[in-house]
Design a protein around this ligand. Structure first.
Ligand code: HEC
Length: 289
């Protein structure tokens, strides 16, 4: 084992322990504390600091790359009841054009008359080109210890084809603007047993839950967190996840019912956060704690 890899393993084993200890607590009610910028950076938790320290090393040999490679294989293989590959899938820049497609999604697609994010569009292609059934893909859409669903690897592959490119989520079509506005409304909509909205946790600077810094997804600067590092290999649990999973898990934290897999609600929210992040450079699939 190379020394860099060894350092990564050592770092990971310590962090995995810390994260597991933390994951066990998430069921208890959360307290959101606002702090001044200075105080917040000073009191950054040990876990967060540890993680930041090792992220750069880890991303040099990121496990996300394995899923990119798996996704490429799946993209090119003839599969499904129609025995077809996904190479004719149109992600908005023409059939089969992958370079830069991810950073320009969600976007409007005339063939479905809908705004679709990357995962929603890829699932659409799996259904139309390969003959898979959406209901089957929606049964267990998120990674577990026993399985990484194909769309997860496929989204990771597609996202990797936009590495180093500027986020440019379009707002030309009226439905793209509608999606942004609806996404903003959902983001600010308060309900549920705790009367929370996304904005309760992600609508102001310097919010934290215990050791976790919460990005302000409504700001130009903070919104990049809804893109950067996603799809991400999550060290808590050691699984690869897409943004669909992240948002569903946040709906759960908010004590809301979770939206259906690849539903319009998710495309709307991703449009809102994506447009807010426009202009930032996307670094490709990454690592999350
Ligand atoms: C109860 C507080 C809470 C609410 C409400 C909440 N989230 Fe989160 N959110 C979190 C936590 C905790 C994290 C993980 C932060 C970390 O891992 O550092 C997170 C992470 C995220 C991320 C990933 C950020 C990153 O840096 O990778 C996104 C995107 C996100 N949330 C979106 C949403 C959306 C959209 C909603 C509303 C549907 C929402 N959240 C509601 C607590 C919340």
């Amino acid at each position: 084992m190379s020394s860099i890899k060894l350092r990564v393993v050592v770092a990971l084993s310590g962090l995995a322990f810390a994260c597991a200890a933390q994951a066990g607590q998430t069921a208890t009610p959360v307290k959101v504390a606002a702090q001044t910028k200075k105080a917040a950076s000073k009191s950054r938790s040990a876990i967060a600091a540890e993680f930041e320290k090792f992220r750069d090393i880890m991303e040099e040999a990121s496990p996300a790359e394995l899923f990119e490679a798996k996704g490429e294989e799946l993209w090119k293989a003839k599969r499904g009841p129609k025995n077809a590959s996904l190479e004719k899938c149109d992600l908005g820049l023409g059939p089969g054009v992958l370079k830069g497609a991810y950073v320009k999604m969600p976007r409007y697609f005339a063939d479905t008359d809908q705004v679709m994010d990357a995962e929603r569009r890829i699932v659409y292609c799996m259904v139309t080109l390969q003959g898979f059934k959406e209901a089957d893909l929606a049964k267990k859409p998120f990674s577990s210890a026993s399985k990484t669903p194909d769309p997860v690897s496929l989204v990771t592959y597609v996202a990797g084809q936009s590495r180093g490119m500027k986020i440019a989520v379009p707002q030309k079509h009226p439905k793209e603007r509608d999606a942004y506005n609806t996404g903003e409304e959902i983001f600010n909509y308060r309900a549920g047993p705790w009367d929370f909205s996304c904005a309760t946790c992600h609508g102001a600077d310097n919010l934290r839950i215990r050791t976790q810094d919460l990005p302000n997804l409504s700001s130009k600067e903070g919104a990049i967190a809804a893109f950067q590092g996603w799809p991400g290999y999550r060290m808590t649990g050691g699984l690869m996840h897409t943004l669909q999973w992240r948002l569903n898990d946040c709906f759960r934290q908010q004590r809301f019912p979770e939206p259906g897999y690849v539903s319009e609600t998710l495309s709307d929210l991703l449009t809102y956060m994506g447009v807010n992040a426009n202009g930032h450079v996307y670094k490709g699939p990454g690592i999350k704690r």
